[in-house]
Design a protein around this ligand. Structure first.
Ligand code: 2IT
Length: 445
């Protein structure tokens, strides 16, 4: 494989799809050596087949708002790869959504899902619809219209969507209701379902909890743990909430959360009822974090700034892609941060990642750190197939075990001769090998 040639060809075919090209380059750089020492991959053109999605569905989503106005959004499903299981991955509803973003997320999902050790292929979907500021009825009408197209290409053994940014329990409920009406079937076609109708305990917490379990393993390699550590978190949604909850439970002090409007610095730590307040903030239907500083006056609100300027031992991006850039990385390094783990998808820019690795910091990528979310979706699918519900402890124990084994895979494939663990390389190689071998076994399809 010649990485530069593949990238040049892809840039020609998909000009301007920056996030997608960024995600592909990171994987190619990581796997180049392994790929080229296994000529059977080149013969079968595994990489050329892997970087293009199996198919992309785009569709129109017309809906009527509460004032009677007709609105039109775009809906997408990118079915990327199904070598090791049915397509699986979230739906993102956010005004920034475009094909490049969904292709990057779908591509990453292939390797992430492979790392979980569960049989799930990679996919992603969503819409440029913004649920913030919309009424429940508007969100319902949008979701129903979205599912009127999506239902044709999904199914419990075909493609199992879930939530992502802007898609939580409420949206999954409306989507599921319409799917059921259209198909006359009550099946596990979506994950993140309500507990009364097929959902799994611990799924809401799973991405954040899994991320913190992974961080624990990273710290363990240095004989360290979370007790007494100062942690900076970005975002204030579902992922940030789960991470703050578990980090605090394990004795860390979380001092920041953030929104599009700026970040909160709480010198006393975000714990107890302040964590519950994050849920309130989220359901307030506004995309701002500032009200936290009215509710808890000891906390400061920093308008228009990102949390990476706060002094911390551990930084956890929990919001969206490329939310931590080279300048932020410099600040963190200057302030003595020892560990950065992406709980968001591709939270750091390539410049930032390069700096962390150059400085031999503990750094791990989203596809390993945040895999607990989709892993627990996989456990929800298992429970749906058995028509059984596991108790919370069973789900949490399995999640913990999966995160520990993903960490082991990263060490196995990412440790260099000096003993430094390159988690980016480790995660990409471990995720890739399994998918590539499955593709070899199954022929050119
Ligand atoms: O990025 C992700 O892994 C998710 N949004 C969760 C996907 C899933 O299918 O649970």
């Amino acid at each position: 494989m010649n990485v530069e040639k593949i990238m040049t060809d892809l840039e020609k075919k998909h000009p301007g799809e920056l996030e997608y090209l960024q995600a592909v380059r990171e994987v190619l750089d990581s796997i180049e050596e392994v790929y080229n020492s296994n000529p059977q991959f080149e013969t079968a053109k595994i990489i050329e087949r892997l970087v293009e999605p199996d198919r992309i569905l785009t569709f129109k989503v017309p809906w009527v708002d509460d004032s009677g106005n007709v609105n039109v959004n775009i809906g997408y499903r990118v079915q990327f790869n199904q070598a090791i299981g049915p397509y699986k991955g979230g739906l993102r509803f956010h005004p920034s959504v475009n094909l490049s973003i969904l292709k990057f997320l779908g591509f990453e999902q292939i390797f992430k899902n492979s790392l979980t050790s569960l049989p799930m292929g990679g996919a992603k979907g969503g819409s440029d619809f913004n649920p913030k500021g919309k009424s429940n009825a508007e969100v319902m009408r949008f979701c129903q219209s979205f599912m009127l197209e999506l239902w044709k290409v999904i199914g419990p053994e075909t493609d199992v969507p879930a939530g992502d940014i802007g898609v939580g329990g409420r949206e999954i409920g409306f989507l599921y209701g319409m799917y059921k009406k259209l198909t006359h079937e009550h099946v596990g076609v979506l994950t993140g379902k309500g507990l009364n109708w097929g959902g799994s305990l611990v799924r809401p917490e799973a991405t954040g909890f899994g991320g913190i379990y992974f961080v624990q393993e990273m710290l363990k390699t240095k004989g360290d743990d979370l007790k007494g550590k100062t942690v900076a978190v970005s975002g204030f949604g579902n992922v940030a909430w789960g991470a703050v909850l578990k980090a605090t439970e394990l004795g860390a002090k979380v001092v920041t959360i953030s929104g599009p409007d700026g970040y909160i610095y709480d010198p006393d730590g975000i714990s107890g009822n302040k964590i519950d307040y994050m849920l309130e903030l989220r359901s307030s239907n506004q995309d701002i974090v500032k009200p936290y500083s009215y509710e808890f006056p000891n906390a400061q609100f920093h308008q228009g700034k990102r949390p990476w300027e706060a002094k911390c031992d551990i930084a956890l991006p929990c919001a969206t892609q490329n939310e931590l850039n080279g300048d932020d990385a410099k600040l963190l390094i200057k302030n003595g941060t020892k560990l950065v783990a992406e709980i968001s998808n591709m939270g750091c820019t390539p410049e930032a990642v390069e700096m962390f690795i150059e400085h031999k910091m503990l750094f791990a990528p989203g596809k390993a750190v945040n895999a607990g979310g989709v892993a627990t979706s996989g456990l929800e699918m298992t429970q749906n197939s058995m028509k059984l519900n596991w108790p919370a402890k069973e789900v949490d124990d399995r999640l913990h075990h999966i995160m520990t084994s993903i960490h082991e895979s990263c060490i196995k494939h990412g440790k260099d001769s000096s003993g430094y663990v390159n988690y980016v390389k480790g995660a990409n190689i471990a995720g890739f090998i399994k998918v590539a071998n499955a593709m070899l076994d199954q022929g050119v399809i």
